[in-house]
Design a protein around this ligand. Structure first.
Ligand code: NDP
Ligand code: GUE
Ligand code: MG
Length: 285
């Protein structure tokens, strides 16, 4: 058996198209500011793709690039300015940050109403308690993909591999909110392969190239690969051995072209949601 490929690029394109229509009906351009400190290569791809997508959807989007040596106080100052700017609806500070800057302090300084990453403790707490604030883009994108591929989530056994604050934990919370039976596994889990084999829906977010092997996948499972790993030869691969897993899964996301494009589309979606909520816009339809 060979798995159906879930085309994240196509689903993201459709979502961006709907957002462009929504934006053009607003009568103003939702403002997004991405702050990048230094030159982390992984965030370089992201920032470039995001800029293109945001402008195409009609957002007022800009990237603010600061030097690697920027101090914490200086970054907090910029965040305060963006918080106070009425034209700015969404603020995203690219992670990772250089070591002289404490990321939790910066994330805590972002106005939760403009926190389009959904990383502020206020938004994380809202998600954990079943209230919907701004939801982290990558797990939100995964939920969109599952819906687009018509994968039933309610009652399904879902396993999330990874427990970071930006992917694993919010992913587990969203699956739970959608009535899946959720297991979270991580580096201290005793038998990863065994736990993964129980999954009807497996979401891999570990950051280890092709760590998930074909025989970790149950027959007929849905495999969502969040991982973005650059190999020494320059190839981009996920956390799942795609060719081997495709022999067992019923549906699987590729890397590239899976979750990555959805993350960007959801960032635009969050910016529109933040603009509508913060400005008290009433949308038709
Ligand atoms: N497609 C997209 O849009 C995005 C992709 N990514 C990608 O997703 C991946 C995960 O990102 P992120 O969550 O930030 O990563 P983190 O490094 O923050 O978290 C990785 C998680 O995986 C667990 N882990 C690491 N190694 C192992 C192992 N050998 N066995 C079991 N568990 C392990 C860690 O466990 P422990 O907690 O015990 O240390 C941790 O919970 C990366 O490849 C990243 O590039 C990230 C964001 C967006
Ligand atoms: N505050 C913050 N928020 C983030 O959401 C965040 C971050 N920091 N730091 C970096 C990671 C990584 N990330 C990606 C998103 C999309 C692609 C993406 O577009 N991928 C495409 C193209 C990849 C390529 O062509 O190289 C794909 O998978 O098809 C990649 C990586 C968001 N992140
Ligand atoms: Mg990380």
């Amino acid at each position: 058996m060979s798995a159906r490929i879930i085309d994240g690029k196509a689903v993201a394109e459709a979502l961006r198209g709907r957002l462009a229509e929504r934006v053009s009906a607003l009568g103003f351009r939702p403002g997004l500011r991405v702050v990048r400190v230094g030159e982390d290569p992984a965030s370089g791809v992201y920032v470039r793709n995001k800029d293109r997508a945001a402008l195409k959807a009609g957002l007022d989007s800009a990237t603010i690039q600061l030097p690697e040596a920027t101090g914490e106080a200086e970054l907090l100052d910029l965040v305060a300015k963006l918080n106070a700017d009425p034209a700015v609806d969404g603020i995203l500070v690219q992670l990772p940050l250089p070591r002289q800057i404490e990321a939790v302090k910066v994330l805590a300084a972002i106005d939760p109403a403009k926190d389009v990453d959904g990383f502020h403790a206020m938004n994380a707490g809202m998600l954990a308690t079943g209230q919907r604030g701004l939801v982290p883009c990558t797990p939100k994108g995964v939920m969109h993909l599952l819906a687009a591929a018509r994968i039933p989530v309610a009652g399904a056994r879902a396993v999330v591999l990874g427990r970071s604050n930006i992917v694993g934990k919010p992913m587990a919370a969203l699956l739970l909110a959608a009535d899946a039976t959720v297991t979270v596994v991580h580096s201290r889990t005793r038998d990863l392969a065994h736990e993964c084999r129980r999954a009807e829906i497996l979401v891999a977010a570990v950051g280890r190239a092709e760590m998930v092997k074909g025989d970790w996948i149950a027959e007929g499972a849905t495999v969502i690969d969040v991982g973005i790993n650059r190999l020494p030869d320059g190839r981009l691969v996920g956390d799942v051995d795609f060719a081997a897993a495709s022999q067992h899964a019923a549906a699987i996301t590729p890397v590239p072209g899976g979750v990555g494009p959805m993350t960007i589309a959801c960032l635009l979606e969050n910016t529109v949601e933040a603009a509508v909520a913060r400005r008290g816009v009433r949308e038709a339809g």
